[in-house]
Ligand binder design. Structure first.
Ligand code: ADP
Ligand code: MG
Length: 319
């Protein structure tokens, strides 16, 4: 059983950045307004995510780290229409099978917090304000082969920061703070999308990009696309979200690429932050354990509309 959990963990937890992704998903699902990430040694030695969300009642703490325990869906029907980031109930169980994990949580209205040590199962009173801290230490300590695949501290830190950027761009209404080795690395206060993009990507992107905005039936496309004169348009400034979830989707990437080719004749590496909101029934997000891939019911329609929306935004800027 231990082995099975470790194998399953391999699909969800590849490196510290995967833990960041899962824990920040959970914090957002809990309605957090402020999220802090604290790292030691690129997140390998210690990775803590603190939120001010709803918290977990002490009676439910042991359940939170059980495999396939999720408080977010109750039926297969609901699986079809998930609105929350998490829904498989796998992340905490997976992380606790490959690292030392502790949960400290104070449920809304509880007189104090509780701490659960995953390995011993021990539950003890603790101190913190409303919300949850998830502490993950010594990632892959019990799977040395996997630990060997981790890169340098700097590289792992870079991946953790990128994971946080992906969330931060999608949720400008939430404040994020990140610390490494006790030093403040980044702090993004709750603000507008334009402001968040400026802080997270670069100052110039906002003035050198155009707003995308289109609504067609059950589809809403919005965000910003970089203009060709954008000084620092980089291949890695390509962010696409489907229903608030960061995805890497070939279909959408191709639609955007061809819109850039139409208008700008491909002189530039496109840069963009694009949000696609669609009725949950028209997209399957349950394709991959990390939820990074999606499948659209009508891919051709999505392709056409995304391309059209981006062309409109870029063409407008030419006149
Ligand atoms: P999932 O997110 O798919 O439900 P997880 O393993 O990520 O599965 O989390 C298990 C459960 O633990 C969640 O369903 C939720 O009830 C609880 N939980 C985890 N993290 C938090 C958090 N930061 N705040 C409140 N509840 C949380
Ligand atoms: Mg989750």
């Amino acid at each position: 059983d231990e082995l099975i959990s470790q194998i399953a963990a391999g699909e969800v937890v590849e490196r510290p950045a995967s833990v960041v992704r899962e824990l920040v998903d959970n914090a957002l699902d809990a309605g957090a307004g402020q999220i802090q990430l604290k790292l030691l040694a690129g997140g390998v030695r210690s990775l803590v995510v603190e939120d001010d969300g709803c918290g977990i009642p002490d009676s439910e703490l042991p359940l939170a780290i059980k495999r396939h325990a999720t408080s977010k869906i109750r039926s297969l029907d609901e699986l079809e229409a998930v609105a929350t980031m998490g829904f498989r109930g796998e992340a905490l169980a997976a992380v606790s099978s490959v690292a030392e994990l502790a949960l400290v949580s104070r449920f809304d209205g509880a007189p104090h917090a509780w701490r659960l040590d995953a390995r011993s199962g021990e539950l003890s009173p603790a101190a913190r304000s409303r919300g949850t801290s998830v502490e993950v230490r010594e990632l892959f300590f019990n799977t040395p082969a996997r630990r060997k695949f981790l890169k340098s501290e700097g590289t792992e830190l870079g991946h953790c920061l990128e994971a946080l950027r992906r969330h931060a761009l999608a949720r400008p209404d939430v404040g994020f703070t990140v610390w490494h080795e006790g030093k403040l690395v980044d702090q993004w206060r709750a603000s507008s999308l334009a402001q968040r993009v400026a802080e997270v990507l670069n100052e110039d992107f906002v003035s050198q990009s155009r707003e995308v905005m289109a609504e067609v039936g059950p589809l809403r496309i919005h965000g910003r696309v970089g203009l060709p004169e954008a000084a620092r348009s980089r291949a890695d400034m390509q962010y696409v979200y489907v229903n608030g979830r960061y995805v890497r989707d070939k279909l959408i990437a191709h639609a955007i690429r061809s819109a850039f080719d139409d208008v700008l004749h491909g002189q530039r590496q496109p840069s963009y932050v694009l949000f696609i909101d669609i009725t949950p029934e028209l997209v399957d997000v349950n394709v991959h354990p990390t939820k990074i891939e999606v499948r659209f019911r009508d891919g051709r329609e999505i392709h056409q509309q995304v391309r059209r929306a981006v062309v409109a935004a870029l063409a407008l800027s030419r006149t």
